[in-house]
Design a protein. Structure first.
Length: 274
């Protein structure tokens, strides 16, 4: 296994995307987030707001028709488009640079069909939450949809469902093997989050904070990763930067943190990095 490095900003600060004087929104990338149904829209909204805050030029939530009015009433700069079929979802995802799928998506056949639909487009993927758990016991079906443009973001429970027993080898070795087996970048979340690329690179993030142990925190991280990918960072570097920023944001806010607070800390995080 390639020796791990601490996930320090010195490794990726020079790769962060900063707009120039003549940059317009489409040059800053287009991010999509797939939402669950009308009672499960919060996760997508958190991911979408995080993507906007980290610099994506355009963010669009893609949702079932019943969720459209709920989301549209709760967002401003985020766009909303609904779809009734996986084919319609693929049409919406086609012009996008990256799609986040999984947060509160539902453990349903529809989620699997939706994942297959967006995987068939040119968009990179950030695959999280339900879109991971859905493939318990048949991880190969998931991996067949992924390539080296994509990122998976499991916590240890989701990781165990896809890679049973692998954590016994240790978190770093397990993440490296998972990335190799899947062909995608793996973000193994935890106190010291491990970022592993399919090429064997691995970094361990050590600025974590316990205040991030709150519902929706992972949805924000998925949106941050997607928001950096659409701006041109390659997946391993985007994941490394997003994980560090996410932890720094949590540490800045401290006690009382809820997931909604995290995107609002990102401007200060970015300002300091710049």
């Amino acid at each position: 296994m390639t020796a791990s490095a601490s996930n320090d900003p010195a490794l990726w600060r020079g790769l962060l995307p900063w707009p120039g004087a003549d940059t317009h929104k489409h040059q800053r990338g287009r991010l999509g987030v797939v939402s669950g149904g009308r009672l499960n829209t919060g996760a997508a909204r958190l991911a979408a707001r995080a993507g906007l805050r980290v610099g994506a030029g355009l963010v669009r939530i893609l949702c079932p028709p019943d969720a459209g009015p709920v989301i549209a009433a709760a967002v401003e700069a985020v766009m909303v488009s609904d779809f009734e079929t996986p084919e319609a979802l693929a049409d919406l995802a086609g012009p996008l640079d990256c799609v986040v799928i999984g947060p509160a998506a539902g453990l349903t056949e529809a989620t699997e069909r939706n994942l297959a639909a967006v995987a068939g487009t040119e968009a990179a993927l950030v695959v999280d939450a339900d879109a991971l758990t859905l493939f318990k016991g048949r991880a190969g079906d998931l991996f067949a949809m992924l390539d080296d443009r994509d990122v998976m973001t499991p916590h240890e429970g989701e990781f165990e469902r896809l890679f049973p027993g692998l954590l016994a080898e240790g978190r770093e070795a397990a993440a490296v093997e998972a990335a190799r087996a899947s062909g995608a970048t793996v973000v193994l979340k935890g106190r010291e989050t491990v970022i592993a690329g399919p090429d064997g690179r691995v970094r361990v993030n050590r600025n974590g904070t316990p205040w991030l142990a709150t519902a929706g925190s992972g949805d924000v991280l998925a949106g941050l990763i997607g928001g950096l990918i659409v701006q041109g960072m390659e997946p391993f570097e985007a994941a490394s930067a997003a994980v560090w920023m996410h932890a720094d944001a949590g540490g800045r806010f401290g006690p009382g943190l809820i997931a909604e607070d995290l995107p609002e800390q990102i401007p200060a995080v970015l300002a300091d990095l710049r």
